[in-house]
Design a protein around this ligand. Sequence first.
Ligand code: ACO
Length: 436
Amino acid sequence: MGESGTGARNSLSIRDNRNGKEYELDILDGEVVRAMDLRQIRLDPDDFGMMAYDPAYTNTASTRSRITDIDGGRGILRYRGFPIEQLADRSSFLEVAYLILKGELPTEDELAGFTHEVTFHTYTHENILKLLDGFRYDAHTMGMMISSVAALSTFYPEAKQVHDPENRWIQIVRLVAKMPTLAAFCYRHHRGLPYVYPENQLAYSANFLNMLFRIGVTEYEPNPVLERALDILFILHADHEQNCSTTAMRVIGSSQTDPYSSLAGAMAALYGPLHGGANEAVLRMLTEIGSLENIPEFMESVKRGERRLMGFGHRVYKAYDPRASIIKQTAHEVFQVTGKNPLLDIALELEKIALNEDYFVARNLYPNVDFYSGLIYQAMGFPVEMFPVLFAVPRTVGWLAQWQEMLEDREQKIARPRQVYEGSGERDYVSMDARG
Ligand code: ACO
């Protein structure tokens, strides 16, 4: 056992009161014990041994990671050590993508090289458009996105070589480059508009806006405020350590699935209203509330536990989500260009009440990243069906960085949790005529 400076041991003593036996478990990094160390605790040699029971992994570290650091109690978020506020203020999305994927901020040449690589992989095979054409006119854009990302795996069968770093990098670049193209194609299909192909002379966010919103052959000039706002939103959504979708990416990737199939799985996890689908749910909620006078009744129904205040609360943040503060500021800048989103007043009033009422204060329910992002997206002209897609585009960077880290981590194996079986013991098959 290791010794700390005070002579105290870096270990945890456990006494099994069933038989009085004592065990000493190493404490690693000052705060964790290995769940496998519990296995030695058993009553007799035939026992399986003790396990940790942790539904929804609320207190289980599944990995060591060097990518994103969150201190939920203090509202801190850092990518590779850099505070999110500084990155949102001074960086660009592609620079942050490089940082997250490679571990360091790029030099000028490195950023130019990465930007070139991403820019020249934005096109997709034409058959992707045929696949999209097979969807109904009103298909949800996220369903189309998930399917088209999964389909990409069939175009790049070499992506299965997940242990080859060079091959991995090619797939990473392809995915970062093609996600905006796919997202824009899904949007255009949803709107019944002709597809607009990538324009490689445009920057990442400008190219995305062009593919989304250009009508006809006239040149589309993205408003620089909106272009920058989108870049900031992308920076804020780029990674968030071991959340539901990232865990899905790591779990699927742990069976050595190719990155396109794994990413489609991560996107499916993101789609749910408790995760990346929350900004869509926020907008629907604000629309349903409709006006300031309906807020008190709505809040009462939340407090009675009949519904949730969407865009509030977080598994990790027990303080104001730092991304929400930046987004709130960005929202005001966007509204100066687009005009104020009429739902903003309802949102601000909900926040004011929630920050002052016992029910929310006692449960640490602060606005999360999704509370204001939907208002910006709506003001920029996106339908709600695009909101989770707009989350998935930048989060692709985080999913890929985490996937790569998992593959390079010698401690990782195929993910496979245990269970506590509570079903019937052995019983004999009953023929149909003898069943009750
Ligand atoms: N509105 C009202 N009450 C809430 C909310 C909410 N949004 N969130 C949590 N609570 C209450 C719960 O009812 C519970 O109360 P209780 O102790 O009286 O039973 C208590 O707060 C703790 O809630 P949990 O569900 O245990 O918290 P958990 O950490 O599991 O959930 C989650 C986190 C899923 C984000 C939750 O807060 C939620 O559903 N929020 C709304 C959906 C949302 O905005 N999701 C986006 C999250 S950010 C992201 O994924 C990008």
